[in-house]
Design a binder for this molecule. Structure first.
Ligand SMILES: [Zn+2]
Ligand SMILES: [Zn+2]
Length: 376
């Protein structure tokens, strides 16, 4: 039996506001920039556009969705998705205002919407999963992540790394077919910025172990003594602290990871096979559909309509479908990982396999590092 979760808020409003403030400013700046860029009178990227402007549309509104979520104004990911979709629609339709001298383009609108949906799928994939043990394990990482973005140097470092890497990417002589210098530059910039973020995040997790802030009120608990069970109360807000709660979560070993990856990989393979089988069946069935009175008129119309989809829209739909499938598989993997921690199969501190460790009345102690674990 695990204790009932506390009724008190997980994070005090003051701490929460501190974590959210930088994102609210970022959203403000971004919203102004986005609106100006999409409503600049008579602006056309046109044929001179170095990257597919549908891709730019999708990325712009995907980023907007993530910023909206990070502001903490919305409790549910579904609300954020609907707000972002409404925003995207409004942004595209107001381009039809006469004095803007631009035009409403449905392919742009579709690209906007797909960007929002893909971002929403990734937010869902990254959401906390599993039971109490796994969520406690993830708490360190999410607190470190929230704190990381309250430091201005994080924003500056990422922007610098991204821009410098993008600049280097632009002059790299290697070009993949169908890419442009801006595309390659942006890709390299994003990869480097992502790597810098991952390293900074990891270091922020380790800093927590030294700083020992209360996850609820933010007060430092460095001097707090713990009882023999490793439990104490926060000296400021009184929330229960565990001596191990600031430990960076254990990484699964590569063998464990491979075992957990098996199901998502098999699912991915099945999806690909199903897609190919579906396409093959369709081409086999199509001549029959033409002969069958009920579908003789409809089938060619659908085929023509699909054929009329602009290639850049078709590409972005394919991309979106692949990214949404990846989000689903990522979530599947994270759920499996969560289960191994929740069922007390693995130590949340050192990753040691606990399946042979005794846990009378649902509680036990890791034989490797001594941390307490709970079997749900
Ligand atoms: Zn506290
Ligand atoms: Zn352990």
């Amino acid at each position: 039996m695990s204790p009932r979760p506390q009724r008190a808020p997980e994070v005090l409003p003051r701490v929460e506001r501190g974590h959210r403030r930088p994102w609210r400013y970022a959203l403000l700046v971004y919203a102004v920039a986005l609106t100006v860029a999409t409503h600049w009178p008579a602006l056309t990227l046109g044929a001179a556009s170095p990257v597919s402007d549908k891709l730019v549309h999708a990325l712009a509104f995907g980023a907007l969705t993530i910023l909206l979520w990070r502001t903490g104004w919305f409790q549910r990911r579904m609300t954020v998705t609907l707000v972002a979709l409404a925003w995207a629609t409004l942004d595209e339709t107001t381009q039809g205002l006469p004095f803007i001298r631009r035009h409403v383009s449905w392919p742009d609108g579709i690209a906007n919407g797909l960007g929002v949906v893909v971002a929403a799928a990734w937010l869902w994939a990254a959401a906390p999963v599993g039971g109490a043990a796994n969520r406690a394990r993830l708490r360190v990482e999410s607190f470190a992540f929230d704190q990381l973005w309250t430091r201005p140097e994080t924003w500056i470092r990422l922007a610098l790394a991204g821009f410098v890497a993008a600049g280097v990417g632009v002059i790299v002589p290697v070009r993949l077919p169908g890419t442009t210098w801006v595309g390659i530059g942006a890709l390299i910039g994003a990869l480097v910025a992502g790597t810098v973020l991952a390293i900074s995040w990891r270091r922020a997790c380790r800093r927590l172990d030294a700083a020992r802030p209360c996850f609820r009120c933010g007060a430092s608990c460095r001097g707090t003594g713990f009882d023999e069970n490793g439990v104490a109360a926060c000296p400021v807000c009184g929330v229960t602290l565990r001596s191990t709660q600031w430990r960076t979560p254990a990484r699964a070993s590569s063998r464990q990871r491979l075992r957990l990856l098996a199901a998502p990989l098999v699912t991915a393979a099945l999806l690909v096979v199903a897609a190919f089988v579906g396409l093959t069946l369709l081409s086999a069935v199509y001549p029959r559909l033409l002969r069958w009175p009920a579908t003789a008129r409809l089938a060619p119309r659908i085929a023509v309509a699909i054929g009329r989809i602009p290639p850049d829209i078709a590409t972005i739909v394919d991309f979106a479908a692949a990214l949404i499938a990846m989000a689903g598989l990522g979530r599947l993997y994270r759920r499996r990982l969560a289960r191994s921690f929740d069922q007390g199969e693995r130590c949340r501190r050192c990753g040691h396999d606990l399946r042979g460790t005794p846990a009378p009345d649902g509680r036990g102690r890791c034989s490797e590092c001594g941390v307490e674990f709970v079997v749900e």
